[in-house]
Design a protein around this ligand. Structure first.
Ligand SMILES: *Cc1c(COP(=O)(O)O)cnc(C)c1O
Length: 402
């Protein structure tokens, strides 16, 4: 066995300024209890399709107040399952906001449907109900709401539109687990709501996802969909002492393991606490940036409880004396792990060449994209980390401002 050579320690004072460990924009929180929960499953009989899957589904569904939860292998699989359960197929259109991760639109293509991009509101960058209305056609089969950054969309407006036109309302709530709109929880605001358990999200299972719904037929359809379209799973067959199964739909292997669900269950027990911490960090940022011209946090509606997956600010280049890319480079150099969420989906080369989308289609999202930066936001940040972010943003604004 060879040992990795240790990186030599830099002699004190050898490089002018001491480099502190960079603060990432997001990071998982793993505690000893999580590791114990995972190792216990590894000693058990069920590594997958076992009791932890149902327990995790019940925990998430109970937290959000939805009757059914269907765990799948990642948030993108959750979107795919939701689009399938909504009955989307070739010729069907699904309205998707331009300001989101590509998966929110890709899942429509998986089922042969057509994503139709709608623009967002300039203050919050959330799907604009008026733009949804403008994009509705007789072929529209669903609207995909994305709770960008963790702020729930205007679900009363979207619900009214969806009901009037008889279309399904799907929520991509990868950012908003624990959010609320007018006293109702994310998970109860749409017909189908999807979550992601990627390490940057509120709760992690390494990779993982879930769809919650109040519709037992759609829940059953998604349970089959994650298991090749087979009508019973291995555990149900083991319980009934039978080998017989039938494939009744075309599905995939989108199962989430018991190992992952044990991690997720353990993480769920800390979700309320970690949401509180995210909101406290956001309050400190809000207060600090209110005093800095050229740094503008996104607008938050008084109707919502924000889940703060991301803390996004818009930079005003005229007042900052530098553009977003320069600010990005400067903050990264200073150890602040800023990021950009997102390149509008319709500007990706795949969509441009395949669907003929491009600049000018969603001007609000396109203009916002040029100016946005996501600042570090995760519950394990210390108060000192938060102050370091505030200080570096202030220093940048002071040095470059007019
Ligand atoms: C993270 C994310 C997804 C995809 O989730 P994965 O678990 O990474 O597949 C989908 N939509 C949005 C908005 C996301 O942020």
């Amino acid at each position: 066995m060879t040992r990795k050579p240790r990186r030599p320690r830099r002699a004190p004072g050898s490089s002018g300024q001491r480099r502190r460990k960079p603060i990432p924009y997001a990071h998982q929180s793993i505690e000893a209890a999580d590791i114990r929960a995972v190792t216990a499953v590894m000693r058990s009989d069920w590594l997958t399709t076992g009791p932890k899957v149902a327990a995790f589904e019940e925990a998430v569904a109970a937290f959000v107040g939805a009757p059914f939860g269907v765990a799948v292998s990642n948030g993108t699989a959750a979107l795919h399952a939701a689009v399938h359960a909504a009955g989307i197929g070739p010729g069907d259109e699904v309205i998707v906001p331009a300001m989101t991760f590509a998966a929110s639109a890709n899942c429509v293509l998986y089922e042969g449907g057509t994503p139709v991009f709608a623009d967002v509101l300039p203050g919050s960058l959330l799907l604009d109900p008026a733009q949804v209305e403008a994009k509705l056609t007789p072929r529209t089969k669903a609207v995909m709401a994305v709770d960008y950054a963790g702020q729930p969309c205007d679900y009363d407006a979207l619900r009214a539109l969806a009901d009037r036109r008889g279309v399904v309302l799907i929520a991509d709530a990868a950012h908003s687990l624990g959010g609320e709109y007018r006293g109702r929880k994310v998970g109860t605001l749409a017909d189908l709501t999807t979550f992601s358990f990627h390490p940057v999200k509120h709760v992690t299972t390494g990779e993982g996802g879930m769809v919650v719904t109040n519709d037992p037929t759609r829940a059953e359809r998604m349970r089959q969909f994650r298991n090749h379209g087979i009508s019973t799973d291995a555990r149900a067959r083991a319980e009934r002492g039978t080998w017989f199964y039938e494939m009744v739909d075309l599905g995939y292997n989108y199962r989430l393991t018991d190992i992952q669900c044990a991690l997720g269950l353990s993480q769920m027990s800390r979700l309320a606490k970690s949401l509180k911490r995210r909101r406290a960090i956001a309050r400190r940022y809000d207060e600090a940036f209110a005093a800095i011209p050229g740094i503008e946090p996104l607008a938050v509606s008084p109707d919502v409880v924000h889940a703060y997956h991301l803390y996004v600010v818009r930079l005003d280049p005229a007042r900052m004396g530098m553009d977003r890319d320069a600010a990005f480079r400067l903050l990264r150099e200073r150890g602040i792990g800023v990021n950009v969420h997102y390149i509008p989906v319709h500007l990706h080369p795949y969509y441009r060449t395949r669907m003929g989308t491009g600049p000018g289609m969603c001007p609000v999202a396109e203009a916002a994209y040029e100016r946005i930066l996501s600042l570090p936001m995760f519950p394990a940040m210390t108060d000192a980390d938060v102050e370091r972010v505030v200080d570096e943003v202030e220093r940048m604004a002071r040095a470059q401002g007019p």
